[in-house]
Design a protein around this ligand. Structure first.
Ligand code: ATP
Length: 276
């Protein structure tokens, strides 16, 4: 039996922002090490908040977040996490190589190790011709590849990808999914958020559906389809978390009850600060 700690464990995680918005409430989730795990949910469901907690970018209001058994705010845990954020937040004054080497420095890599690893990443992500080019001169696709390369620089055990394929063309989406699959095949735990449900279905071994700051359901794509008597993951999504705008509210009080379906929880979404 495997006694290693989960890659990610959230216990009673609650996050209330300073303006009073309750983005996550009493959230429990364990993601086993090595899993390819998807987080799905509508805009404002709390996915980025969850990721920001795990990556130690924001403070927790209540509860616990553990990364391979260590509190997420500890240095060891921070070194185990690699984050490719939703926004393309690259320093415009740095070249491709500098972005990578500086990132290595933040994570305690020596200059020589960071340069070696940067060269490796530049090759893997096919950025060789742009090594000394500053980030504003990269194409959108190159920037996305650089974001992923940067997230992997310090050899994280848990890689978090927040909508890595948002707005990218078909070819780059294919390329990125190949990189991510390879990374997973090498033993890295992947936490992916995406609004492309086919992508989630194709890549993720397990999926958690989040609505209004709460966990609604968690299973394999096939398990979710069966449980919600749905022909596709899109149908599952619409029957659970996706009904907010289409019907009458986010489904967060049913605790994942397949019978509860969509609607009837308007107050829940407004309590969580979720628009519409
Ligand atoms: P999307 O799919 O649009 O990225 P998401 O699931 O990642 O959405 P979050 O960004 O986590 O959702 O937002 C959850 C809730 O918290 C929303 O109501 C959002 O407006 C709110 N929120 C996020 N960041 C802040 C902040 N810094 N201050 C106040 N409220 C915030």
């Amino acid at each position: 039996m495997d006694h290693s700690p989960p890659a990610l464990e959230l216990r009673g995680l609650t996050k209330r922002y300073d303006d009073g918005t309750l983005a996550l409430e009493g959230f429990d989730l364990a993601v086993p090490a090595g899993r390819f795990f998807g987080l799905l949910g509508p805009n404002g469901a709390g996915k980025t908040t969850l990721i920001s907690v795990v990556s130690n970018l924001i403070r927790i209001t209540a509860g616990e977040a553990l990364v391979f058994g260590e509190p997420a705010h500890r240095l060891r845990a921070r070194r185990w996490v690699g984050l490719a954020e939703q926004d393309v937040n690259l320093d415009r004054f740095l070249t491709v190589e500098e972005v990578l080497v500086y990132h290595g420095g933040y994570f305690g890599m020596t200059g020589a190790d960071a340069r070696r690893r940067a060269t490796e990443m530049i090759d893997v992500f096919d950025l060789r011709a742009k090594t000394d080019v500053r980030t504003p001169k990269l194409s959108g696709g190159m920037r996305r590849r650089l974001l992923l390369a940067r997230a992997l620089m310090h050899r994280p055990r848990l890689v978090i990808l927040d909508e890595p394929t948002a707005g990218v063309d078909v070819e780059l989406r294919y390329e990125l999914s190949c990189y991510i699959r390879k990374l997973h095949a090498e033993g890295t735990t992947i936490l992916l958020t995406t609004h492309y449900l086919e992508e989630a279905e194709e890549l993720c071994e397990e999926i958690a559906l989040i609505g209004a700051g709460q966990l609604i359901a968690r299973d394999t794509a096939a398990g979710l389809r069966e449980r919600y008597d749905a022909a596709s993951l899109t149908e599952v999504y619409m029957k659970t978390v996706g009904g907010g705008r289409a019907a009458s509210g986010a489904a967060s009080e049913n605790g994942g009850d397949p019978e509860a379906g969509v609607g009837g929880h308007d107050h829940e979404s407004s309590r969580a600060g979720i628009a519409s």
